[in-house]
Write a protein that binds this ligand. Structure first.
Ligand code: GCU
Length: 443
């Protein structure tokens, strides 16, 4: 039987199909990543030993920690994860304003010029001091312990106080703030105030300060060119970065240190009791700021997750691959190279937590926030404890994951709040409880 192939007739159509496929095919396309949020799928892992020096030598004393282990870990974290820490610059307070804030607090706003000359970057700091009506005979009350945190939406979103200044630059769009075109709005005033209980902290004798993180690095993949980094001599072109180029987290940490430079000049602030706090990506930032700047007397990480308090090796929730793909600007370029290679990493996040030792550290999680891996945050705190123990201090005091809403801890505090990813008054009250014990007045 004579067989006539249909091929010649179909050839033009086939050719078109192949052409179309070639045009739409992305050579880098990967199957979508799957995220593990199932505890039974966490495989066994071994964490790098904290108490070793660069040549594998064992570190057994506080002196050894300070001079051998700690500098070695800082070098690794700078080189492999966050990038270099920009150097200090002179800080000048401009446009200082004082007034009355919520609950009888005393408001101070200042624009801090970070560097020389009118074109140097600036950040607006908003600070509330406890009311003068606080018992003046209380020991140490003249100089207040102070919480400092960066915020996501601008200082005006953190409180309904109508006197608070509004950022002029780029701000993220957000459902809560109502921002849709990356411009700050007066209508956002107080929309994130549930994250910052100013009067409750003031009533307990704490001053509390904030600044908008976008003042020094707008939180976008292409934010570098508008960041403070070019003014500090760093590359602005994303395509030409050094493997250890500072990322946004290092820049935000630098902002916190520059704000601290100013806070410690104020007669109302106790320079020995400034506590750095951060939520989520800004929790990662608080940990890195506290690691690099030992003037922070205590560090608080709230639901900081991947690249923050959570152990990478558990492969639970967010991963290095995902975080460095969606937020490539947060870390140094080297960090992306560890995607999918957690067991080979020379560090894990317990190292970052240990950088706070021997100062008090508080790690907070939320039970429903599996993306940030609450148990992985707790286990990192357990694994960091040997650094405190070298100083004769107790770390967490337990290796058992606590029940929701039941804080635990020694020199390291921990809680897992019931509920979702957020920073709530309840969390702040626990930070204050811990600070009252860990940083007593009149030390
Ligand atoms: C994303 C990101 C987290 C980050 C969080 C936040 O969820 O994946 O790593 O902590 O944003 O900052 O709110």
């Amino acid at each position: 039987m004579l067989f006539r192939s249909p091929l010649p007739r179909l050839l033009p159509a086939l050719f078109l199909l192949v052409l179309l496929a070639a045009m739409t095919h992305d050579a880098h396309a990967q199957p979508p990543e799957e995220f593990n949020e199932d505890e039974s799928k966490v495989e066994a892992y071994t964490l790098p030993d904290l108490l070793v020096g660069p040549d594998g030598e064992e570190v057994t004393t506080p002196e050894g920690w300070r001079t051998v282990a700690r500098p070695r870990w800082m070098e690794i974290l700078e080189e492999q994860e966050y990038g270099r820490r920009p150097a200090p610059v002179p800080v000048t307070a401009e446009k200082v304003e004082r007034g009355e804030g919520p609950g009888g607090t005393r408001r101070i706003q200042a624009r801090l010029r970070l560097g020389q000359g009118p074109d140097a970057p600036a950040t607006e700091v908003l600070l509330y001091l406890p009311p003068l009506s606080l018992p003046p005979d209380r020991p140490g009350a003249a100089r207040f312990p102070t919480f400092l945190h960066l915020n996501f939406g601008g200082n005006h979103a953190e409180t309904a106080d109508p006197a608070v200044r509004i950022p002029a630059g780029w701000v993220p769009n957000g459902k809560e703030t109502g921002v849709t075109e990356n411009r700050a709005l007066a209508a956002s005033r107080g929309t994130l105030a549930h994250r910052w209980p100013i009067d409750r902290l003031a009533a307990r004798g704490f001053a509390t300060a904030t600044a908008y993180y976008g003042d020094v690095f707008p939180d976008r993949a292409d934010g570098r060119a508008e960041s403070a980094l070019p003014s500090l001599g760093y590359e602005s072109d994303r395509a030409r970065l050094a493997p250890d180029e500072p990322g946004a987290i290092s820049t935000w940490a630098w902002q916190l240190s520059r704000i601290l430079d100013w806070l410690v000049t104020l007669p109302e602030i106790d320079p020995e009791r400034v506590i750095v706090v951060g939520h989520s990506r800004l929790g990662k930032t608080a940990l890195w700021a506290g690691a690099g700047d030992e003037r922070f007397a205590m560090v608080v990480s709230n639901e900081s997750g991947c690249g923050g308090a959570a152990l990478e090796r558990r492969n639970f929730g967010e991963t290095v691959r995902r975080i460095t793909t969606v937020f490539p600007h947060w870390f140094c370029p080297n960090f992306a190279g560890w995607a999918g290679r957690a067991p080979e990493m020379p560090f894990d996040q317990h190292v970052l937590l240990a950088m706070t030792a021997p100062r008090p550290l508080y790690v907070a999680s939320a039970a429903e926030d599996l993306w940030a891996d609450p148990r992985g945050e707790f286990l990192a705190a357990v694994a960091a404890a040997p650094a405190w123990e070298l100083f004769g201090k107790e770390g967490l005091g337990t290796a058992d994951f606590p029940a929701p809403d039941a804080p635990v801890g020694g020199s390291i505090g921990y809680h897992v709040r019931s509920g979702a990813h957020d920073l709530l008054a309840w969390d702040w009250e626990r930070f204050a409880d811990f600070a009252e014990k860990a940083l007593p007045r009149g030390r």
